[in-house]
Design a binder for this molecule. Structure first.
Ligand code: NAD
Length: 304
């Protein structure tokens, strides 16, 4: 298959292209910059340009069977600062991708939405795909809007969109450009002997998934005939204190932790219901926190 990965030089995209190459696909990447931590790969057709450049985007879409769209110019915490820019940089370029896909007859598009921001504050212990959508950031609102446009284009033009809602992926190469998750942040701080800041008492639990597990699931779903929305997570709640304990064991370091007051937008428990995905693919093996943290640390040590 000829596959275009838009935003393929970011954290998730860099692992996705490895997997696609391994499966024997022809991989083209459209991204505004190259990967931060690796040299360009020999078998990838890189198109370095911004999505706002429509002629370049059009060229990149020629001959493509499947599009993975991972480009995002914002993260939840920054998106509210300039909501107009958030729409201009994320929503409008995505509509251009969809319109060009219709024009070129590309039917399959895999969109990376969010398994947190679209739901807002959780109303149930496990969050299924049917949980109400109450985003509390512009980032989440734009993700929901893009999801709705994907359904609209499915109805109007017969696109086959797959919407993936990832929880909190972590692993090597996280922190490519803008945001990095708590596990990578803490490991980097321990490496530099810096203090770890914990908001609240550290008991709040979230759903973390090791990047390679998430990529494997995304790939299996992408090659199925499924359309619609799938949560992508471990389905397991892991607290900040559990992460800290594991980091302590892995690094054998004495950690300097500063507990501060929790922030108003922090939620105590946020775990995805992954049964829709497991019903389709069966129970999938999940990399343990121990192994995931060890691999991430190994990689971090290799880049200093
Ligand atoms: N990492 C997470 O924790 C997480 C969780 C849930 C959902 N997601 C979503 O998954 C997707 C990928 O996330 P990531 O962590 O790999 O992000 P990332 O920031 O590491 O990668 C995004 C890539 O998109 C590129 N990009 C951004 N704007 C562009 C533009 N206008 N034109 C061309 N390229 C552009 C960037 O250069 C970057 O390489 C995003 O849509 C993100 O919202 C990520």
């Amino acid at each position: 298959m000829n596959i275009l990965v838009i935003g393929g030089n970011g954290f998730i995209g860099s692992h996705l292209i490895d997997h696609l190459l391994l499966k024997g696909h022809n991989v083209r990447v459209f991204d505004v910059s190259y990967e931060r931590y690796r040299k360009p790969l020999p078998n990838v057709d890189y198109r370095i340009s911004a999505l706002e450049n429509i002629p370049d985007l059009y060229e990149a879409l020629l001959g493509i069977d499947i599009i993975f769209h991972l480009a995002s110019a914002s993260v939840p915490s920054t998106s509210n600062v300039d909501t107009v820019s958030d729409i201009n940089k994320n929503l409008i370029p995505t509509l251009n991708i969809l319109n060009l896909s219709v024009k070129l007859g590309i039917k399959r598009i895999i969109y990376f939405s969010s398994g947190g921001a679209v739901y807002g504050n959780p109303l149930t212990k496990l969050i299924s795909e049917n949980h109400p959508l109450n985003p509390i950031s512009s980032y989440g609102i734009v993700k929901v809007t893009i999801e709705m446009y994907l359904s609209l284009y499915q109805r109007m033009y017969g696109l086959n969109p797959l919407i993936l809602r990832p929880s909190n992926p972590y692993g090597p190469r996280q922190g490519h450009f803008i945001a990095q998750g708590v596990i990578s942040t803490f490991l980097r701080k321990v490496q530099k002997n810096e203090e770890l800041t914990v908001y609240g008492d550290g008991n709040s639990a979230k759903d973390y998934i090791y990047i390679k597990d998430m990529i494997d699931l995304s790939y299996q779903l992408s090659i199925s005939d499924e359309v619609g929305i799938f949560n992508l997570g471990s389905g397991i709640g892991t607290s900040i204190n559990q992460i800290i304990d594991q980091i302590k064991k892995t690094t054998k370091s004495k950690l300097n932790i500063n507990f501060v007051e929790k922030q108003i937008y922090d939620v105590d428990h946020f775990v995805l219901d992954i049964s829709k995905t497991t019903n389709l693919l069966g129970n999938y093996p999940i990399t343990t926190l121990k192994e995931g943290i060890e691999n991430t640390r190994y990689w971090l040590n290799s880049i200093v």
